[in-house]
Design a protein around this ligand. Structure first.
Ligand SMILES: Nc1ncnc2c1ncn2[C@@H]1O[C@H](COP(=O)(O)OP(=O)(O)OP(=O)(O)O)[C@@H](O)[C@H]1O
Ligand SMILES: [Mg+2]
Length: 311
């Protein structure tokens, strides 16, 4: 499968701080990769190197086969970058703003009209083209930034925390826009601190900590690999049985903890099979009304992988 992004041993140092330290990974064409990591992990620095905005000290990145070091113009033609920060000009409408950047991309007048309409359609900004940019809500501002990123129809999208500050509905809409872009065949590299969103839209995950890549792979493989480490089950029993149930569960050697949370028991255990939890309760005639074994989620993978190091 051709690679959209091929990061090869890139390092970037600021004074004596290694913001990104010897990071390598690749993203096949048409896939979505979620990049996560604590504050200061080096995510933005890495994304900016991929987008030719920061020069690596060592290593290189190929975007659709073009080097950020030697062919930055070719890279920029193929890649759209949505930064985390947005400086909004005053008194300019959405249409004028997009027209301006479409002009900078070198599109002809006829192409500009079509592209501005298309990106507004994709980002659900149609009908709002005359609204002034500096008064936009966070949701519409993020839509506009994404629309601008899409103007030159790049095959590769790099989005730095696009969901930051969005309310749940706006986050939902953004997820759906990103899924649409992926279904159009775009490759997407997206950073975020909102793990359920990343889990929802990504095929692959990369985790950075203190400048290093600590994990990279297909989400489903990572979930498999983390089974066997700590897992969580939620169990509801009759109120009068709660304390006895807790004591019984704690007698099992693979149960690490058991606490009453939200009128149910949250059991932390280290085993692949959760059925002995239920068996012991039923054998002692505990009245169980609910039992759920949680899948390994991205938050668990993140917690198992990172050590809380900061730069
Ligand atoms: N231009 C710069 N000059 C000096 N230090 C920098 C610069 N840019 C980033 N850094 C430092 O590099 C480290 C990585 O920063 P970066 O912004 O890449 O992290 P991040 O993972 O994006 O964090 P966040 O989750 O907070 O956005 C931090 O310690 C930061 O202070
Ligand atoms: Mg950042």
């Amino acid at each position: 499968m051709p690679l959209s992004i091929d990061v090869r041993n890139v390092t970037r140092t600021y004074d004596d701080l290694q913001a990104v330290a010897d990071v390598s990974f690749s993203l096949p064409a048409g896939r979505t990769l979620g990049l996560i990591g604590p504050n200061g992990a080096g995510k933005t620095t890495l994304l900016r190197m991929i987008c030719t905005l920061v020069q690596p000290d060592c290593g290189d990145v190929l975007v659709e086969g073009f080097s950020v070091r030697n062919q930055p113009r070719e890279v920029r033609r193929r890649l759209g970058f949505m930064p985390a920060e947005f400086g909004s000009p005053r008194g300019v409408s959405i249409a004028e703003y997009l027209e301006y950047f479409a002009c900078l991309s070198g599109l002809s007048a006829a192409e500009r009209t079509i592209r501005v309409r298309d990106v507004c359609e994709l980002t659900e900004l149609r009908g709002r083209e005359s609204v002034v940019v500096n008064g936009l809500s966070t949701g519409n501002r993020q839509r506009l930034l994404l629309a601008k990123t899409l103007l030159h129809d790049p095959a590769v999208l790099v989005l730095d925390e696009p969901a930051s500050g969005l309310d749940p509905r706006a986050r939902n809409e953004l997820r759906s826009i990103i899924r649409t872009l992926a279904s159009l065949g775009k490759s997407v590299l997206i950073s975020s601190h909102i793990l359920p969103d990343i889990e929802d839209i990504s095929d692959q995950i990369a985790i950075m900590e203190a400048g290093r890549l600590v994990l990279h792979g297909d989400l489903s493989n990572l979930q498999q690999a983390h089974i066997g480490q700590r897992r969580i089950a939620r169990i509801k029993v009759a109120e009068t049985d709660q304390e006895r149930a807790r004591e019984l569960l704690l007698t099992l050697p693979f149960v690490v903890g058991c606490n009453l949370v939200d009128r149910g028991l949250t059991v932390v255990y280290e085993a692949e099979d959760s059925s002995p939890l239920l068996t012991v309760l039923l054998q002692h005639r505990i009245r169980v009304s609910y039992f759920s074994e949680n899948d390994v989620d991205l938050e668990q993978i993140f917690m198992n992988t990172t050590a809380g190091k900061v730069t």
